[in-house]
Design a protein around this ligand. Structure first.
Ligand SMILES: [Zn+2]
Length: 196
């Protein structure tokens, strides 16, 4: 009996809520992890390395979305993925406005491993024009703001259409932010990167 049990346990598949590294599942993403640099609104490098950690189900949905974009000649560029709760607190100290930064008391979906901040790049690696930079805290970053060029509006609409089709919700005040629909209730997490 004991031998049989061991056999079952050594065969365990990963739960879809397990935190994994995106690069172990696909090499087709472009990385611009802003919080692993000083080029962000905190003006500080708050991540030890530029890795994209997410829950397995978020990775699966994101890889599927990226495959859709690649059929059209685009790829997802990542600005942020999982974010430790301790960093959320630092962000909230600087921008205490729930339209742009989630209150750490409630926790962001980023803290739950179910959110990504993204844009798209074309075949030459050039970012599509989305009207504002990432982490632009103003009305122009909103999906509801329409005083933008036709090109910008269609780029945002295209990003949203493919992400929603792959199981993500958009966030009204930030064109770059997407939440996995099934990731809203997962626990917040405060873990460190495994930087090798
Ligand atoms: Zn976000």
């Amino acid at each position: 009996m004991q031998a049989q049990l061991e056999c079952y346990t050594s065969d365990t598949v990963l739960a879809d809520t397990t935190f994994v590294n995106l690069k172990d599942y696909s090499k087709e993403f472009v990385y611009d992890m802003k919080y692993a640099t000083e080029d962000n609104f905190l003006k500080a490098k708050v991540y030890d390395c530029a890795e994209c950690l997410l829950r397995l189900k978020t990775v699966q949905a994101l890889v599927s979305a990226n495959e859709d974009f690649m059929k059209d000649g685009y790829k997802i560029k990542l600005f942020d993925c999982y974010r430790p709760l301790s960093i959320q607190k630092k962000m909230w100290e600087i921008v205490s406005n729930a339209e742009y930064v989630a209150d750490p008391k409630k926790g962001s979906i980023h803290n739950r491993g179910g959110a990504v901040d993204i844009s798209l790049v074309d075949a030459t690696g050039k970012e599509l024009d989305m009207g504002t930079p990432f982490d632009f805290f103003g009305i122009q970053a909103s999906h509801n703001y329409t005083k933008l060029s036709k090109k910008v509006l269609s780029n945002r609409k295209y990003l949203k259409k493919v992400m929603v089709r792959n199981g993500f919700n958009s966030f009204d005040s930030e064109w770059w932010h997407y939440n996995l629909k099934t990731g809203l209730k997962d626990a917040v997490s405060n873990q460190k990167w495994n930087c090798e």
